[in-house]
Design a protein around this ligand. Structure first.
Ligand SMILES: N[C@@H]1[C@@H](O)[C@H](O)[C@@H](COP(=O)(O)O)O[C@@H]1O
Length: 380
């Protein structure tokens, strides 16, 4: 088959991401630099990142990075948990003010606005990281970092996911710098490293594109997709399952590297499943990742490993999907979601599917954003 005949919006979005990463790096730095003052940063006790869907995954993906950079404890809490379940006493000032970073491309999701209004009422410093300053989220947040993502064909959030993660990363770099953990020059060199990573990705894109199209051809009949990753790669694994569900409607799941051996290893119909593991050569979990690879190979199922290593010994029959690595392992999730985004886009074309089932028939009810934006608000 000829790849060009199966080109699709998700693949077009993926190809745009490295350039977008470089251009957004500077723009977000400018938009966010003075949002939280030095005094407010010195007063912080902990950080909560929240959001829905891909925006929640962006928090998972950047959690280790934010922890390393800021030296503060970071929790990623879903919007509904923050709105309705997190005890109010945990949102009040205790050994410093909690900073809540609320990620939402649209700023319109009701539950997130609700969570932020509540957290703000109890004393959190709330910051909306959003594409819309006019949105309800921006209005109820104490501060706003406005993202401006250039228009492009809609591609299942592949570009906005990058920008959400990048914004969290750049805000964290600034917090660490103001706290005196490293110099302004060191901050700039981290941002430079982000751009180097993006450029390396841009260089491998034609080969990666071809490999993922061939993988889509090979795995087009699969009905279950099982993603494994820990640390920031938990966010990547979450995002991977989301793209497969949206683009193909097939069943998809994710777990961390330890959790897989406790649960997802028990799926049946192994011949109908594709298992994908994220394994960075610099990752602190590499020894555990290798144990899983051995077990998965003994179970005899189709298996891909997305890795930044060409030397990592993989079990026979395993497909290596090589992508660039980063000097700082916590930066890897920023772009390592791109191979599966390509895979999902090509699978959608090969299976004759429509994103979100075209919101037709039984899925009509899912097509109205009202269920997300006009949900009843309760400030507890
Ligand atoms: N299906 C979409 C997701 O793809 C999106 O990530 C989420 C949050 O959207 P936003 O970032 O605008 O808050 O909304 C919906 O659930």
């Amino acid at each position: 088959m000829v790849r060009e005949e199966y080109d699709n919006p998700m693949a077009q979005n993926v190809r745009d991401v490295p350039g977008l990463c470089v251009s957004q790096c500077r723009l977000i730095e400018e938009a966010s630099r003075l949002t939280v003052s030095a005094g407010e940063i010195w007063d912080l006790g902990r950080i909560i990142v929240t959001g829905c869907g891909d925006s929640y995954a962006a928090g998972l993906a950047m959690k280790p990075a934010i922890e390393v950079l800021t030296g503060l404890p970071v929790e990623v809490i879903s919007a509904v948990d923050l709105a309705r379940y997190t005890p109010s006493e945990l949102l009040t000032r205790q050994k410093g003010t909690p900073l809540v970073l609320a990620v939402s491309n649209s700023g319109k999701v009701a539950r997130l606005g609700e969570a932020i209004e509540r957290a703000g009422n109890y004393g959190c410093l709330t910051v909306a990281v959003t594409g819309s300053r006019e949105s309800r989220l921006a209005r109820v947040s104490k501060k706003v970092v406005e993202l401006s993502i250039p228009e492009f064909v809609s591609g299942n959030g592949v570009r906005s996911y990058l920008v959400s993660m990048l914004a969290l990363l750049i805000i964290a770099i600034r917090i660490g710098e103001v706290k005196g953990r490293y110099t302004m020059e060191a901050s700039q060199s981290i941002r430079d490293e982000i751009c180097v990573y993006a450029e390396e990705f841009r260089n491998i894109m034609p080969d990666l594109d071809e490999q993922m199209f061939r993988a889509a051809e090979k795995y087009a009949s699969k009905e279950l997709f099982d993603f494994i990753g820990s640390g920031g790669n938990t966010g990547t694994a979450w995002f991977s399952q989301a793209k497969i569900i949206e683009a193909t409607g097939e069943w998809a799941t994710y777990s961390d590297t330890e959790g897989w051996m406790h649960l997802n290893c028990f799926f049946k119909h192994l011949s109908r499943k594709l298992t994908v593991q994220y394994a960075s050569a610099k990752g602190p979990e590499l020894s555990r990742s290798k144990e899983l690879m051995t077990a998965i190979s003994e179970m005899k199922m189709d298996f891909c490993v997305i890795t930044d290593s060409r030397d990592l010994v993989l079990p026979e029959g395993t497909e290596r999907i090589w992508i660039p690595g980063c000097q700082k392992d916590w930066m890897w999730p920023l772009l390592n979601y791109l191979p599966v985004s390509l895979l999902a886009g090509y699978l959608c074309e090969l299976k004759g599917e429509a994103y979100g089932r075209g919101c037709r028939d039984s899925w009509k009810v899912c097509g109205t954003t009202k269920l997300l934006t006009e949900s009843r608000i309760e400030i507890l």
